[in-house]
Design a protein around this ligand. Sequence first.
Ligand SMILES: O=C(O)c1ccccc1NCC(=O)[C@H](O)[C@H](O)COP(=O)(O)O
Length: 293
Amino acid sequence: MKIRRRSPNPTVAVDTLRYQVKVPDSEPRNILEKIVWHKEVEIQRLRERTPLAELQRQVLTAPPALDFATALRDGKTSPAVIAEVKKASPSKGVIREDFDPVAISTSYENGGASCLSVLTDKEFFQGSLDYLAQVRQSVKLPLLCKEFIIYPYQIYQARIHGADAILLIAAILSDKDLGYFTRIAKALGMTALVEVHTAEELDRVLNLEQVQVIGVNNRNLEDFSVSLETTHQLLAQASSHPRANEILFVSESGIHQSSDVAYVAQAGAKAILVGESLMRQPDPGNAIGQLMA
Ligand SMILES: O=C(O)c1ccccc1NCC(=O)[C@H](O)[C@H](O)COP(=O)(O)O
């Protein structure tokens, strides 16, 4: 998937007036591009308010990160469950009206999740970094900050708010950034979960030595279609790579029933990331038990 990091619609300054010069194809081509373009503006604004140096100062006094990767390897269940705290999504709109991130997380912890994922994007998922901080105060499980990370700034933000792991999406980051961001995460004691959706992205990521945890997203972010076959195909491709045995593979998205869990586990996934199907149940933690039955 080719994601353009910025809108090709340039702003031209003429004296004090600013004109938008429309160029062809200046609309985002898919939801991922739309999210990333919005993120560029969002991070720019945040940086103006709180510079990176201030975050780097704050991170020094944060409690140490928990070991996300080990919690998955030692999973409470097989495969291990990363249960997601997700109020809404671009594909489904609002998923859970009575959204209480702390109650949901506690229920997940009691229900057998090995780790939690907390969506922090406000604009498209109605998430928040404050939810992440609240969840950190309430549960002992390792936490993934589910964000669209395009700058190191966001990694520091995640750590300060209690994250133990970050998501890095191969479709929106160059190899250089993936390597650099993974090293920053490691320096902060965090795990990087690097997400792929295509054979080409998987190839790129397998060749980055420092990547230890790879997520296969079953959702196509261009058209929102979901197919668990993506896990099957990409894990078959990975199996012939020399590093295959040292990588922990996570199957993400579209997992609704126990036959889905069996299918991706059989394909080689050692962990699953589940949001919507748990969030739609009255007791999300109890739903983990049903899913893993
Ligand atoms: O969930 C979406 O609609 C979505 C749209 C655009 C970018 C990302 C999106 N989801 C992020 C995720 O990775 C999922 O929340 C996660 O894998 C859980 O998926 P599900 O179990 O299907 O809720």
